[in-house]
Design a binder for this molecule. Structure first.
Ligand code: ZN
Length: 195
């Protein structure tokens, strides 16, 4: 749970720091509003991906599962600015699968906390490996970072693409190729590993 009082105090100081009058009408409710909003956008701090990934179903044959275009919103831990985009997830089961919505929930768990995209990619793939124990898994995230596009280098529309693979996706290129094929491999051409 977030400490609302602390956040409200911090927001007031931040506003004073930039020279604002925290008592003016438009800003009076802002600290309270932000404190409540942070409870929501950082809700992943109190969540465990294992809760979502532990409800599995047995399958008779192990066919690749791909869920693509999972929209996510996260906050960059270096600037506390949003980064947002799509997650694509694949795994090759080893006798069991999870409900498809649970993969989206797993993305949420890691998106709703101060993050960096590279780390979030790895956390998702490792959570799937740990809790679902598939033969392999692969995760790709593509996102626009407001800390990059509205300040600093200012490259509107540029996207950062990160990938992580484990098990058969790491060991055998045919599984990676199938993953790229299934999500539409033009995305890889835009790969941009700017940190
Ligand atoms: Zn940033």
């Amino acid at each position: 749970m977030v400490d609302q009082t602390k956040i409200e105090e911090a927001v007031r100081m931040l506003l004073e720091g930039i020279g604002e009058d925290v008592a003016r009408e438009g800003l009076r409710e802002t600290p309270d509003r932000i404190a409540r909003m942070y409870g929501e956008i950082f809700a992943g701090m109190d969540e465990d991906a294992g809760e979502h990934l532990s409800k599995t179903f047995a399958v008779a044959s192990n066919e690749i599962v791909v869920v693509k275009d999972i929209t996510f919103y996260s906050i960059c831990e270096h600037h506390l600015m949003p980064f947002y985009g799509k997650a694509h997830i694949a795994y090759l089961p080893d006798g069991k699968v999870v409900g498809l919505s649970k993969l989206a929930r797993t993305v949420e768990v890691y998106a709703r906390r101060p993050q960096i995209q590279e780390q979030m990619t790895i956390q998702i793939v490792e959570a799937i490996m740990e809790h679902l124990k598939p033969q392999g898994a692969m995760v790709m995230l593509e996102a626009e970072h407001l800390c990059m596009t509205m300040r600093g280098v200012e490259k509107p529309g540029s996207r950062t693409v990160t990938m992580a693979s484990r098990g058969c996706f790491q060991e055998e290129t045919k599984w990676q190729e199938l993953f790229f094929q299934m999500i539409g491999n033009q995305k890889v051409l835009n790969q941009d590993l700017v940190n």
